[in-house]
Design a protein around this ligand. Structure first.
Ligand SMILES: NC(=O)c1ccc[n+]([C@@H]2O[C@H](COP(=O)([O-])OP(=O)(O)OC[C@H]3O[C@@H](n4cnc5c(N)ncnc54)[C@H](O)[C@@H]3O)[C@@H](O)[C@H]2O)c1
Ligand SMILES: O=C(O)[C@H](O)[C@H](O)COP(=O)(O)O
Length: 392
């Protein structure tokens, strides 16, 4: 793991939270008596040339860095890749395994952040659905909201818990999990019977095996699935939804076919919320103009969500180094006064907890000559004032 002269060399995406608090000699090298040096660059600048020149032993990334053979072909030194994100569609995990490179992502790190983002979007656009279950039975003449959730993993299942706490009905669809109280509907039922549909799936493609000519092996692309999600929401799926049904995508942009979506919105005036975009980081102003809420891939961007992401990959690296973790995010968290119980009791305080329309306005203000360009989108995310997760 180390070069006898320089110890541990880390190349890291500068957008990873609290790198200097976690990845230091004290927090990593002390037990192994190794020096630790860390080089921080913008995620999109982590390229094959840099990997070949720096020969880092550890690579820490976020979703904007694609890790695959093209990136690592000329690098012989990397032994650990950590992605401080939930999504892994930017990583060829089969290639890393074939190179015997350890990989860790931050599963679940921002599940509450994203679930709270979705709740905020719904309750900002349709405040009539704010009906804490305590009042629902006594006063409501309106049926509770039916929330359709596609993908019932960490985020989808967390969202279902919040929805149930608000007295909403949940229709869930996840073909890779067993049926349950929430995994209780078909894809078509979720689309056709929900007031709101929220997407919480990874970006996956159709399973395909292809031969590696040199090795004569056949292997499946690491992002393959029997239930591929690329363009899962296309014209056919949108046609199953009533025009009244709101669509929210905070998963990955290509899960929704952007051109089919624009045609659908023009035809049905559907309320659509996007935090992720098929052609991200570029976004056409034409699409922006059709959206009820548009935000720059920040649904998971809370102090807690990003710190938890760093903590998880730090813990995984400590395991790789066989050292006991010495740093904890609890020591780094500022006091958090945002209580879910308070918000449930006082719906009018939602805007103080999270004013999602501020994030919407910031993104729209970046549009120039008919589009938001990639550099401005990335800058918005780099400069984003991290929210706080609502505490229980
Ligand atoms: N916008 C953001 O800031 C943000 C933040 C975190 C995660 N994400 C994205 O959200 C995705 C989901 O996150 P998670 O923590 O819930 O992941 P997860 O892996 O815990 O859950 C994903 C679920 O989707 C299910 N699934 C897979 N294919 C499906 C299909 N075709 N139809 C229905 N369900 C399917 C899986 O069975 C799994 O239960 C991530 O992969 C990531 O791309 C976005
Ligand atoms: O997959 C995730 O965790 C989220 O999409 C996360 O927001 C990715 O953020 P990024 O790495 O682009 O900063």
């Amino acid at each position: 793991m180390t070069d006898t002269v320089t110890g541990i060399t880390i190349l890291a995406d500068s957008n990873i939270a609290s790198l200097d608090e976690f990845f230091t000699a004290t927090m990593l090298g002390q037990a192994t008596e190794q020096t630790v040096s860390i080089i921080k660059v913008a995620g999109r600048d982590i390229n094959a040339q840099l990997l070949a020149e720096l020969q880092p032993t550890i690579l820490l990334i976020r979703s904007v860095t694609s890790v695959n053979e093209a990136l690592l072909a000329d690098n012989e030194s990397v032994e650990f890749v950590g992605s401080a994100t939930i999504g892994t569609d930017h990583v060829d995990q089969d290639y890393l395994a074939a190179r015997n490179i350890t990989f860790a992502n931050a599963a679940g790190c921002s599940k509450h952040s994203v679930a709270q983002y979705v709740l905020t979007a719904i309750l900002t656009l349709r405040p009539q659905y704010w009906q804490p279950s305590t009042t629902l039975l006594m006063t409501s003449s309106m049926p509770p909201l039916t929330l359709g959730i596609i993908g019932l993993g960490n985020i989808g299942s967390t969202l279902a818990q919040y929805a149930t706490a608000l007295g909403w009905q949940v229709l869930g669809y996840d073909p890779l999990l067993h049926p349950s109280d929430t995994n209780n509907a078909s894809f078509e039922q979720v689309l056709s019977q929900s007031d709101v549909v929220s997407l919480h799936v990874p970006l996956t493609d159709k399973k395909s095996t292809h031969k590696k000519a040199a090795a004569g092996q056949s292997f499946q692309s690491s992002n393959g699935s029997d239930y591929p999600t690329r363009h899962l929401i296309n014209a056919e799926a949108l046609a199953m939804m009533s025009p009244h049904t709101m669509l929210i995508n905070s998963a990955r942009g290509p899960v929704v076919n952007a051109s089919d979506l624009e045609a659908d919105i023009e035809r049905n005036e559907r309320q659509v919320v996007l935090d992720v975009f098929e052609h991200e980081p570029e976004i056409s102003e034409g699409l922006l103009a059709k959206l009820a809420i548009a935000t720059p891939h920040i649904a998971g961007y809370t102090v807690e969500g990003k710190l938890r992401g760093t903590q998880i990959i730090y813990d995984a690296l400590c395991e790789k180094l066989a050292v006991a973790p010495a740093q904890s995010m609890q020591k780094l968290l500022p006091l958090n006064m945002f209580l879910w119980s308070e918000l449930k009791a006082h719906p009018d305080r939602l805007i103080k907890f999270y004013d999602i329309m501020q994030d919407d306005a910031s993104l729209r203000s970046q549009a120039v000559d008919g589009q938001v360009n990639g550099a401005d989108f990335d800058q918005l995310r780099r400069d984003y004032h991290l929210r706080r997760e609502w505490q229980f």
